[in-house]
Design a protein around this ligand. Structure first.
Ligand code: 1CP
Length: 352
């Protein structure tokens, strides 16, 4: 498809264009590694209240752009606003992360309701509307949601930091029951993403952070199939909006994910080999990734070397520079500055 030269670089890359300097943003670019984030964050105790406060959410979304001039802003929110909106009890406990009242039965699933999303998440939609008026002209606005499998993991386990064992065993033992939860999440997620687009999101990303724990058959059933359905529903209402999928740690199954789901872009974890990504995935869609967040934390020569290698291998095709997973809490902000400098200077910085 032809794109116009005055279109935002991030959107051009997602339409399949190869740009001489690839656009970039970072997963978790807003967050605790930034002192100005910690300052704003300290104004609210409760993390969900923070996500539902548009003044604060707009501010922290914009903070990394002011420092590093990324090509895209990502809505500040969390994937767990969906279980919260559906009626599950969700809390973020200082030092422990998310804690949910676990869903373990069909009757608990029956108690959840997609009908509450519009009202409950109205502040998130307001944040998007305000951001679309405030971000710089050449910057794109990304909306997002967790993919059904990953959100179901938190809903069933009740917390993070697990091997997803309860969710995996329920899915094997009673696929019809677990499938009810996934179906509900497909409906909720598609509706949520469509509403985000109607309120200003120009791109949406689906985070499937726990995709990599599944066997091949389970990956097809709980990652690929629900993603196909969400892409179909979002594209039916919003045909022009690009969708990025992130089936983290999917290994060789990234290939089937790209070929079968209809996503416009795929976000790759740091374990995906660059030459394989270039030859296998990049011919089918725009690739995004995949600097190791520990290389960003380490900085120095390792950061330069790893960054330049990714740029060399992937900037010959449609590409968005990102990390393989989110920015870590204790990352020195000046390392992010160095990364931005390397990318902004490309191909002058080290094409060689
Ligand atoms: O107190 C704080 O500041 C909490 C830290 C924090 C932040 C900054 C949480 C709690 N969520 C967020 C924001 C967030 N989460 C964003 C916003 C914008 C940005 O990227 O800049 C996004 C896109 C997410 C997505 C998210 N939340 C994912 C998917 C991506 C990934 O990292 O794998 C997941 C799995 C979550 C759950 C979550 N929320 C927060 C934490 C600490 C966790 C992880 C829990 C765990 O499994 O240990």
């Amino acid at each position: 498809m032809d794109t116009q030269a005055d279109e935002k670089p991030f959107l051009r890359a997602l339409k399949g264009e190869t740009l001489s300097r690839p656009p970039f943003w970072l997963m978790r670019q807003a967050g605790r590694y930034l002192p100005e984030y910690r300052e704003v964050r300290s104004q609210t105790k409760n993390f969900l209240e923070f996500c539902y406060n548009s003044d604060l959410a707009v501010e922290v979304t914009l903070q990394p752009l002011r420092r590093y001039n990324m090509d895209a802003a990502i809505l500040f929110s969390d994937i767990l606003v969906i279980p919260d909106a559906l009626g599950q009890e969700v809390a973020f406990v200082e030092g422990r992360g998310p804690v949910l009242e676990p869903i373990t039965s069909v009757s608990a699933i029956d108690g959840l309701s997609v009908g509450r999303i519009d009202e409950h998440l109205a502040p998130v939609f307001e944040t998007l509307r305000r951001l679309s008026g405030e971000i710089p002209e050449q910057t794109a606005l990304i909306g997002f949601a967790g993919a059904p499998w990953t959100v179901a993991v938190y809903m069933v386990e009740g917390r993070g930091g697990t091997d997803c064992g309860k969710a995996r065993s329920w899915a094997y033992a009673a696929p019809d029951e677990f499938g009810k939860l996934i179906d509900l999440l497909v409906e909720a997620t598609a509706h949520y993403l469509i509403t985000q687009v109607k309120n200003g999101a120009e791109v949406v990303q689906l985070f499937d952070s726990w995709a990599g724990v599944l066997s091949e058959s389970q990956f097809r059933q709980w990652v690929i199939a629900p993603t196909i359905e969400i892409v179909k529903r979002v594209k039916a209402e919003c045909p022009a909006v690009p969708i990025i999928g992130f089936p983290r740690a999917a290994g060789k199954l990234y290939e089937d994910f790209v070929n079968e789901t209809g996503v416009d872009g795929v976000s790759m974890d740091s374990g995906v080999p660059l030459a394989w990504a270039r030859d296998t995935l990049q011919s089918r869609c725009t690739v995004q990734g995949n600097l190791d967040n520990q290389a960003l934390m380490a900085g120095g020569e390792a950061l330069d070397r790893e960054t330049l290698e990714i740029l060399k291998q992937l900037s010959g095709g449609p590409f968005i520079f990102n990390l393989g997973h989110g920015v870590l809490q204790f990352t020195p902000p000046e390392h992010v500055g160095r990364l931005a400098e390397l990318i902004h200077g490309w191909p002058g910085t080290g094409g060689g």
